[in-house]
Design a protein around this ligand. Structure first.
Ligand code: TRP
Length: 332
C-alpha cells in the first residue's frame, strides 16, 4: 500500500518554539513520519509578510530547523526543506492568485484580523496573498493531508476550493487535500493567563515555555505560574484554569491520564504539583535543547541537510508545476 502524503509548514517567527508549538505540531510531525510520506518545510517566505531583520530571520530559520531535527525529524524518513529553496512555490503562488476571487481572499479571517490591527497602510499586500501562497505550498506536493492547528482551517478550505476549481476548469491537476486539524485535547495555555492559548505574541514571556530557554528559567516559570483559588489538584477548567493547564502539560508529556494525575496528587498541594510538573517539563526538553544547540554549532551541516531536502522536494514540485503550466496552455 502506498503511504499517504502529509505536508505541513511552520513559520520561523520566533527564537524558539514554545511548548504549545511542540505539542500541537512538532511532536505530531515526528510521529507522522513513521507511517506517512511526509514533507515538512519552514515557511520563510510567509515570514516576510511582516518586516523582519535579516540577521534575525536567518537565525530563526536555522534555529527552527535545528529544533525540528532535535525533536526527532529524521532527514532520511522525511523531506525537510526551506520554502525559499523551491522557486516553484512562488510560481504556483501566482497561478493560485489568478484563481482566487478578490472577495474570496478578502474574507480570510486571519487577514482581516491582522490588517485591522495594523491598518491598511502598514499591511503588506503579501499578507493578503498569503493564503494563495499557502495553497501553492500544499498543492505542489499533491498532499493528501495537511496537519495544522484550528487557526489554519480556513486556509485549508480555500486550498481545497482552489484545487477543485482548477481541476474542473483545466483538468485533473491537483490532489484535493484533507485538513487534519490537530486535536484540541492537548491545547496548552499561557502559564500566567491560563484561559488564553500559549502564544509567542503574549504580552509577557513569563507564561510561555520555550524549548531553547534554559532549564532553570523554564522551571521558574512553571513554579511561579498563576495560582488558582483552593488547594486541591483537580481538573476543572472553569474554577482552576491554571492547575488544569499544568495537568494537561503533565499528561501530554508523561502519557498519564488526568485521573491518574489527580490520584497521584490527591493529598498534596499546589506547590508539590508545580514542582513535579517543572521537573517533568525540564527533563523532557533538556535533551531536545542540547541537541539543537549542538546542531547549531555546525551551520554548514545543517544547511547541507536542507539542500538535500530541497533536492527531493524540487522533483515533486517541478512535476506538478510543469503539469499545471501545460494544462493552462502555457507553451512549453
Ligand atoms: N500558515 C501556516 C501557519 O502560520 C504556515 C504554513 C505556510 C503552512 N504554508 C503552509 C501550514 C502549508 C501548512 C501547509 O501556521
Amino acid at each position: 500500500m502506498t503511504r499517504k502524503r502529509v505536508l505541513s509548514g511552520i513559520q520561523p517567527t520566533a527564537d524558539s518554539f514554545h511548548l504549545g508549538n511542540y505539542l500541537g505540531a512538532v511532536k505530531q510531525w515526528v510521529e507522522l513520519q513513521e507511517d506517512h510520506d511526509v514533507f515538512f518545510f519552514i515557511a520563510d517566505l510567509h515570514a516576510l509578510t511582516i518586516e523582519t531583520d535579516p540577521a534575525i530571520l536567518r537565525r530563526r530559520t536555522l534555529v527552527s530547523v535545528a529544533q525540528l531535527l532535535a525533536a526527532g525529524l529524521d532527514p532520511h524518513q522525511c523531506t525537510l526543506f526551506l520554502q525559499s529553496h523551491i522557486s516553484q512555490h512562488n510560481q504556483l503562488g501566482w497561478i493560485m492568485e489568478c484563481q482566487t476571487g478578490f472577495g474570496e481572499a478578502s474574507r480570510m479571517t486571519q487577514f482581516k484580523d491582522k490588517s485591522q490591527k495594523s491598518g491598511t497602510d502598514r499591511t503588506a499586500v503579501g499578507l493578503f496573498t498569503y493564503p494563495m501562497l499557502q495553497a501553492a505550498d500544499i498543492l505542489l506536493y499533491q498532499a493528501d493531508r495537511v496537519p495544522v492547528g484550528e487557526d489554519q482551517r480556513q486556509h485549508i478550505e480555500l486550498t481545497r476550493d482552489l484545487a477543485g476549481r482548477f481541476n474542473s476548469r483545466y483538468g485533473q491537476t491537483f490532489q484535493v487535500p484533507e485538513p487534519h486539524i490537530l486535536k484540541s485535547g492537548a491545547k496548552i495555555n499561557d502559564l500566567q493567563n491560563p484561559t488564553a492559548k500559549m502564544s509567542k505574541s503574549a504580552d509577557s514571556m513569563q507564561g510561555v515555555i520555550e524549548i531553547m530557554d534554559t532549564p532553570e528559567s523554564n522551571a521558574k516559570k512553571i513554579k511561579s505560574s498563576m495560582t488558582d483559588a483552593g488547594r486541591e489538584v483537580r481538573f476543572d477548567q472553569v474554577e482552576k484554569p491554571g492547575i488544569s493547564n499544568l495537568m494537561t502539560i503533565h499528561s501530554a508529556l508523561t502519557g498519564n491520564t488526568i485521573s491518574q494525575i489527580e490520584t497521584e496528587f490527591e493529598s498534596k498541594g499546589y506547590g508539590d504539583f508545580k514542582g513535579a510538573v517543572a521537573e517533568i517539563v525540564v527533563e523532557y526538553l533538556r535533551p531536545i535543547r542540547a541537541k539543537a544547540l549542538a546542531l547549531l554549532e555546525d551551520e554548514a551541516s545543517l544547511i547541507k541537510i536542507l539542500h538535500s531536502g530541497a533536492d527531493k522536494a524540487r522533483v515533486v514540485a517541478n512535476a506538478t508545476l510543469a503539469k499545471t503550466y501545460e494544462n493552462l496552455g502555457l507553451v512549453p
